[in-house]
Design a protein around this ligand. Structure first.
Ligand code: C2E
Ligand code: CA
Ligand code: CA
Length: 707
């Protein structure tokens, strides 16, 4: 038997199809004592080309081969009659599933060997395959010694780009290939004999070193792979490596160890760059949407296990678009950077702050006990935004709206939790901005409806289906037409009219009000001249309602006046109606805007007067022309003595301040007579006319027979 083996020894070949150099190296090392020629290829394609090897004895295939699955390869081999009986060993990862193993057995003459390859197991399998006992194996060790060891090892090791270092039981380097010396910047002579610790970590104490994973693995005779650590050059500076450590055996005894390593500096740099691009916002340096999702999903997993809360804050800057549009994108960018700095300043380093959209930020708070704590965080954020932002030497104010959702109550996964925070944020905006709201279930319904309207409204604006209707204003004493109020209408495709009570609030919430305001103003401007001509009254004015949100738009007066200028609209035929509440906000900025507008000739009146703050001080300090008595007081003239008193007081107040006074919602002669008796200057209401389309309005002015 021995003789037979000896005669055939040199001609036995086995094919190793394996991409990993380290594993290929193992085969050489482990099977060194066997009379086998190891023929190795690095990919399945090469295996196909090299298959017709004569006297093939066994094939080892890594099942994880990239370009051609190992199983497919095995099937091809089996189909080829010349190779039908050759045993195939699949090299599999240790977690290889049972079902896929069974699939392989169907091919016949199949066996498995798991990674990391265990030397005794592999040897044993080969021995059985050779049909020999252990004792004969020892005998052919002698024969195998005849082979030229250097040829296989030395040449191969010096050729590969990986660093390979061998060391003895005292951790002293006994071998290093060329690549290892180059990577460690040390000569072949000098590296021999140095302690392996000087390469792996010279900074730690001997005690720490003895307990390190490296030494433990070595002591236990195991293998270890580490894909991200550092080695040291000359004990003075480190560089990133990936390495595999394995123990070297002789007769089942560990006689030393081996390290195979690669310099991964470039790979790491690239990965870092990619990570930056892929997961961080380039402008603010905050996490981006991708990282936000990843972080949230992980945080949820942990919170589930530990039964903890997570809070998601959605933060949207109020009026950011105005600043971006009026001051330019650079200004917008500067503001975003400052806003993100302020957010980071308020939050703990463990909280994730991310920029998830243009002016939208999301914060993930974990390890948080209570709503109370989160409410305080929100308040802190809001107060941070009370200070002005410095943009190109201008002090700009910008607020934010915050929506909060809680895990697990408001959503059990990242998607639901995010949606809930977003919904709560919209709700905070709707509630007047610059505040925060915790999510509540009923918010969803409201937001869905508002979004639907907003989308339709956008389309309507685009198709010029938002138009003004006009309602006359009459001088109570003379009966002359002194002006009109433009009231927005949304004309649906079927010509149904939607009243402003439905769409103006949505427009205000979504910022569409600015575009609607401009559209109405343009159309009013077009008709202003013909209307004062038709009314034969050069003081005839058309009033336009201006929302609070428009008034605080950056450069509001400037934009309006340039628009008038471009379109030859004379400001002296225009009046703005503003509510008390809108005048109260940010009063310094607002009064400056009003001064500019009034200086240009636009009249200013306070709408719905009596329903808001009615603070005398602000009325005195603002450049006003008219007070408009709210229709709720006019309605009850003749029924409610209190309301009558209020109407009387408003008229007196207006006159004492030299302001004009107009009553709206006048529906009856009785109301008109009452107002006339108190000296009210003008009236507007169904008694004279309902709001009508422009053509009808112009014809009303020409034929003064209404009323
Ligand atoms: P408002 O400024 O107080 O407008 C007066 C509202 O009273 C109008 O309702 C008008 O049609 C109605 N009205 C006029 N006379 C009478 C009357 O004798 N009796 C009764 N019961 N009602 C009368 P409308 O047109 O539905 O407008 C509602 C609100 O929508 C307006 O209240 C205004 O705040 C807002 N709005 C309308 N157009 C615009 C606009 O272009 N921009 C802005 N920002 N808001 C607008
Ligand atoms: Ca009005
Ligand atoms: Ca009103």
């Amino acid at each position: 038997m021995l003789a037979e083996f000896g005669a055939n020894a040199a001609s036995r070949r086995c094919l190793v199809v394996e991409s990993c150099g380290t594993h290929r190296h193992y085969f050489h090392q482990i099977l060194d004592d066997f009379p086998i020629d190891i023929h190795e290829v690095t990919n399945a394609q090469q295996a196909v080309e090299e298959m017709p090897l004569e006297k093939l004895f066994a094939i080892f295939i890594d099942v994880e081969m990239l370009n051609m699955d190992g199983f497919e390869r095995a099937k091809n081999i089996r189909n080829n009659t010349s190779f039908q009986h050759i045993p195939i060993f699949f090299i599999t990862p240790s977690n290889f599933s049972r079902s896929s193993v069974n699939k392989h057995y169907e091919l016949g003459r199949i066996d498995f060997i798991t990674k990391p390859i265990d030397a005794p197991t592999l040897k044993n399998k080969i021995e059985i395959l050779l049909g020999m006992t252990l004792s004969t194996a020892i005998d052919y060790k002698m024969l195998a010694d005849l082979r030229k060891k250097e040829r296989s090892q030395e040449l191969m090791l010096n050729y590969i780009a990986d660093g390979v270092i061998g060391f003895d039981l005292n951790s002293k380097v006994t071998y290093a290939n060329t690549a290892a010396c180059t990577l460690l910047t040390i000569s072949k002579e000098n590296i021999l004999g140095i302690d392996i610790k000087d390469i792996i970590n010279p900074t730690v104490s001997d005690e720490v070193w003895q307990n390190s994973d490296f030494v433990q693995t070595f002591k236990e005779g195991q293998c270890n792979h580490c894909d991200d650590t550092y080695f040291w050059r000359q004990k003075s500076y480190r560089f990133p490596v990936e390495f595999t450590q394995s123990s070297v055996y002789s007769d089942d005894e560990v006689v030393g160890g081996m390290l195979v390593f690669q310099d991964i500096t470039e790979r790491k740099e690239m990965a870092k760059e990619l990570l930056k691009i892929a997961k961080y916002d380039q402008l603010t340096g905050l996490a981006n949407r991708t990282l936000y999702w990843e972080f949230l999903e992980k945080a949820i997993e942990v919170a589930k296990r530990k039964q903890e809360n997570i809070y998601v804050l959605f933060i949207d800057l109020d009026r950011f678009k105005d600043i971006n549009d009026s001051m330019g994108h650079d200004a917008g960018d500067i503001l975003l950077v400052q806003a993100s700095e302020r957010l980071k300043g308020v939050l703990r380093s463990a909280d994730l702050v991310s920029r998830v959209g243009g002016d939208e930020f999301a914060v993930i708070l974990h390890h948080v006990e209570s709503d109370h704590f989160v409410a305080r965080v929100c308040e802190k954020i809001l107060s941070e935004f009370e200070h002005s932002f410095k943009v190109f030497n201008n002090n700009t104010y910008i607020g934010c709206s915050i929506g909060v959702s809680r895990f697990p109550t408001d959503g059990e996964n990242a998607g639901l939790l995010t949606k809930a925070a977003d919904t709560a944020m919209y709700s905070a905006k709707a509630a007047g901005r610059n505040n925060y709201k915790f999510f509540q279930n009923k918010m969803h319904e409201h937001v869905t409806r508002q979004l639907l309207i907003a989308n339709e409204l956008r389309a309507a604006l685009y198709h010029h289906r938002i138009i003004p209707y006009f309602q006359l204003k009459v001088d109570i004493n003379t009966g002359f037409y002194v002006g009109a109020e433009a009231l927005a209408r949304w004309v649906k495709p079927d010509n149904d009219l939607v009243s402003p009570g439905v769409f103006i609030p949505v427009a205000e919430e979504t910022g569409l009000i600015n575009s609607i305001g401009k559209e109405i103003l343009m159309q009013v401007g077009k008709i202003a001249e013909s209307s004062f001509l038709a009314a034969k009254n050069s003081d005839f004015r058309i009033a336009v309602n201006i929302s609070a949100k428009q008034l605080v738009e950056a450069n509001f007066s400037y934009n309006i006046l340039s628009m008038f200028d471009h379109n030859n609209i004379d400001p002296k035929h225009i009046e703005f109606e503003l509510t008390e509440t809108s005048l109260m906000q940010n009063s310094r900025q607002v009064s400056q805007e009003l001064y500019c507008l009034r200086k240009a000739g636009i009249h200013i009146s306070i709408d719905d007067f009596g329903t808001g703050y009615s603070s005398l001080s602000y009325i005195k300090n603002l450049p006003l022309d008219t007070l408009k008595i709210d229709q709720s007081f006019v309605r009850d003239i003749g029924h409610d003595a209190n309301d009558e008193k209020i109407v009387k007081a408003i008229i007196q107040l207006a006159h004492s301040l030299d302001l004009n006074v107009i009553a709206e919602g006048v529906e009856s002669k009785l109301q008109l007579e009452f107002l006339k008796g108190l000296g009210c200057d003008q009236a507007q209401g169904f008694l004279f006319s309902k709001p009508v389309p422009s053509a009808q309005f112009l014809s009303q002015l020409q034929h003064k027979d209404v009323g």
